[in-house]
Design a protein around this ligand. Structure first.
Ligand code: SF4
Ligand code: SF4
Length: 306
């Protein structure tokens, strides 16, 4: 059995800000939530969310002999730039290099560090991967609770965190304490959501959510959907900005994500952005996922509205 503190120390040495471990088992408690969300159509046209549902509840189907899930967090609270604060706004997590690649490299460094100390161990890294219910694993690893805005909230780091997992075939001592939900009677995220997308606590209807509309929706937005953007041309931070746990959240350095090209970008730059500008500024950032045409259409609509 690999001691928990050894794994946590290796994760911190690799640059992660928090780490916990849970035992691989079927996520029985999550099934009704996810199935209800899918059955209600809250996933909109994100068909990948509905695929491989069985894999999501049972990681042993992803990794043979999977025994432990090592969950890690990396705070991106310090990623804020002018383009995150003035219309047309870009979600904070996107103001830097795409986290998928950065986090995966860091997770494989962690796996190598574990192998160097504990011998041959098989594992696979996951970052925002559709088959893995990463927030649920992070909760089980004692890294926080799922807030009413449906984000994972760590008591010290807040919710501006990237989540990743290493699923390994080794027995690792698990985190004992699971954080209790500390939202209490607060409803700030539900009240502040500009589109009332948080239907009930922890349930977001993607069809109304600005993040989905500005990033994931494949078809061009109709007039009603454009109206819902509320100044955001890529993503939306409102339900996190208002959360008191993010006011407490520690500002941690995340140099791995820094993109010098974005540092001085302002509203006027976005207003006149050509496809070449987009490539120069945003290649290697999450905005590539939406692409120039989608982002530019949102920028133009928002600026025209004034
Ligand atoms: S991301 Fe924005 S639109 Fe989506 S639930 Fe949060 S506040 Fe509402
Ligand atoms: S704003 Fe309040 S209710 Fe919403 S996630 Fe934060 S603490 Fe929970």
């Amino acid at each position: 059995m690999i001691p928990l503190d050894k794994i946590v120390n290796l994760a911190l040495a690799c640059g992660f800000h928090a780490c916990g471990v849970s035992k691989v088992e079927r996520l029985v408690g999550s099934e009704p939530y996810l199935l209800n969300w899918l059955n209600n159509g809250y996933h909109a046209d994100m068909g990948y969310m509905a695929r491989n549902v069985n894999l999501r509840f049972n990681p042993t189907l992803l990794i043979p002999n999977a025994k432990s899930v090592i969950s890690v967090l990396l705070s991106y609270k310090s990623m804020k730039l002018p383009i995150n604060r003035e219309v047309p706004k870009i979600a904070r997590y996107a103001c830097g290099s795409d986290y998928h690649g950065v986090m995966k490299n860091m997770l494989y460094s962690l796996l190598n560090a574990i192998r160097a100390e504990f011998g041959e161990i098989n594992g696979r890294a996951f970052v925002d991967s559709a088959p893995v219910l990463e927030r649920e694993w992070a909760v089980r690893a004692g890294l926080g609770w799922i807030g009413k805005n449906s984000n994972l909230i760590h008591p010290k780091l807040g919710s501006f965190v990237f989540i990743g997992e290493l699923i390994v075939d080794a027995d690792v001592e698990t985190t004992d304490n699971v954080e209790r939900n500390r939202c209490g009677t607060c409803t700030r995220c539900i009240d502040a959501c500009p589109t009332q997308a948080i239907i009930v606590p922890k349930v977001v209807d993607a069809r109304k959510c600005i993040s989905y509309l500005s990033i994931e929706k494949r078809e061009p937005l109709n007039e009603d959907e454009k109206e819902m953007l509320n100044g955001w041309c890529f993503g939306c931070d409102v339900c996190q900005q208002v959360c008191p746990w993010n006011k407490k959240g520690v500002e941690l350095d995340c140099q791995n994500f820094k993109k010098e090209n974005l540092v001085g970008l302002r509203r006027d730059d976005l207003a006149q952005m050509s496809e070449t500008d987009f490539d120069v500024w945003f290649s290697g950032t999450p905005l590539e996922r939406a692409g120039y045409t989608k982002v530019k259409a949102a920028v133009d609509y928002i600026l025209k509205k004034g």
